[in-house]
Design a protein around this ligand. Structure first.
Ligand code: LLP
Length: 421
């Protein structure tokens, strides 16, 4: 459920008509609903309420500092994958002991930044990384809590570009080698083993792959404890999928996911951490754009929008489907017509949908891409020198710009011409 509904024939974000936001901020613009974000966070928090737990929002999915503050005020921890994300979480007021640091290629500089300012745990993904982290920790005179990310060799049954839990993927260490890697971790100075980490992929629409992975983690917990390691925490990653169409998809609910976690690892007495991103942010955001032209082509009509692949890359990158809806509610029974919906970027890949049935639209009309809150704004770029798309947060009947659209001058002035040119 989200809070983007038609009221009086106009699409609203909570109590704010999207037309008002377009008029004030211009388009394209991302619009987030605070009520949806908090609702989704609470669903996870409640789903795990029978166990000690921390829901760490995956900052990579939506990293605006205002959104992080909103979720932190709800009690969320954060999962970060770079020093940049860590510093965003800190800027939002999240204490270091509620931030977990994941990622396959952390640099020593990034390690230094998080160790100096405090971190709940580092999820380590390789032996060389263990050694590097140990060196940095010793040089700073600190001991860092760690987990090792294990790769359980489970097929997440999702898009190949976002599956991470098969042995051919670059992530984690093979679960079969976990005991030797933990033995190394225990020997290295400056590290304190606290648990196990796993994440098998994103946009999973079934529980079975999670359950298979978590069962492997449960038996590994027993083996590692028998080896003398203290396994107090299990970081079970993110990945629960969302419905991208209004009609047929019904991925499992956080409640079912929580019950499955309790069933597979609840008996171990560990604190449970999860790292959801998409399910919290995805349906909490839309990308609002305006039709620039309607162009008649050979046997098809193109809707040319002022939003493009640089603003929302998911369709170009993963063939992702986003529902696209007009801001003015179509009259019931109005005949639809197929459109190819495209942006202005000079690439054929800048196509959001082909032959998509829409009510008749004209230049100047507003349309909204649904389910664009996660991996939307964060993956935006300035390709074709289109200024970075701004973001707006709505709460009740008020809204605020939480990231300004840069002016052309601001965008261009980041470049410098060397004096020798
Ligand atoms: N934890 C780790 C270690 C991750 O790699 C990810 C996502 C998450 C948590 C959060 O997963 P979520 O709950 O959001 O599924 N750009 C792609 C998605 C990439 C996901 C990368 N890792 C997309 O637009 O579909």
């Amino acid at each position: 459920m989200d809070h983007f509904l038609y009221r009086g024939g106009r699409l609203h974000a909570e109590d704010v008509p999207l037309e008002a936001i377009a008029a004030a901020v211009g388009t394209p613009v991302y619009v987030y609903s605070a009520a949806t974000l908090t609702r989704h966070f609470r669903l996870f928090d409640e789903a795990l309420s029978a166990m000690p737990h921390l829901v760490c929002f995956a900052v990579k999915s939506l990293s605006n500092v205002a959104v992080l503050r909103l979720l932190a005020d709800e009690g969320a921890g954060m999962d970060v994958v770079s020093a940049g994300e860590y510093l965003r979480a800190k800027a939002a007021g999240v204490p270091g002991d509620r931030i977990v640091f994941s990622g396959v290629g952390k640099t020593r500089e990034e390690m230094r930044i998080v160790l100096e300012s405090g971190i709940r745990q580092v999820n380590v993904e390789s032996e060389p990384e263990l050694e590097a982290l140990s060196e940095v920790a010793v040089s700073l005179g600190v001991t860092v809590p760690i987990t090792v990310r294990v790769n359980p060799d489970v097929d997440a049954k999702t898009h190949a570009k976002i599956a991470t839990g098969k042995s051919e993927n670059k992530f984690g260490i093979p679960i079969a080698r976990a005991r030797e890697v933990y033995a190394l971790a225990a020997r290295l100075p400056g590290l304190r083993v606290v648990g196990i980490d796993v994440h098998i992929g994103s946009q999973l629409t079934e529980l079975a792959p999670f359950e298979a992975a978590y069962a492997k983690v449960a038996s590994l917990t027993g083996a590692l404890r028998a080896d003398g390691h203290s396994i107090e925490r299990l970081d079970l990653g993110g990945g629960l999928g969302i419905p991208y169409t209004r009609s047929n998809e019904a991925p499992p609910l956080p409640m079912d996911y929580g019950a499955m976690i309790e069933r597979t690892v609840g008996h171990l007495g560990c604190e449970i951490e999860i790292e959801p991103g998409r399910l919290i942010a995805g349906n909490a955001g839309i990308l609002l754009t305006r039709v620039i032209y309607v162009k008649s082509g050979e046997g098809r009509d193109f809707l040319i929008l002022d939003g493009a692949m640089n603003d929302l890359v998911r369709p170009a990158m993963y063939d992702a489907h986003h529902d696209i809806v007009p801001v003015i509610e179509p009259e019931p029974g109005l005949e639809q017509q197929p459109y190819d919906i495209v942006g202005p970027v000079c690439e054929t890949g800048d196509t959001f949908a082909r032959g998509r049935d829409m009510p008749p639209l004209k230049a100047g009309d507003l349309v909204a891409f649904r389910s664009a809150g996660a991996y939307g704004a964060v993956m935006a770029s300035e390709y074709n020198s289109r200024p970075l798309v701004p973001e707006v947060l709505v709460k009740g009947d008020h809204f605020a710009v939480i990231r300004q659209r840069p002016t052309y001058d601001e965008m261009i002035s980041r470049d410098t011409i060397p004096p020798w040119l």
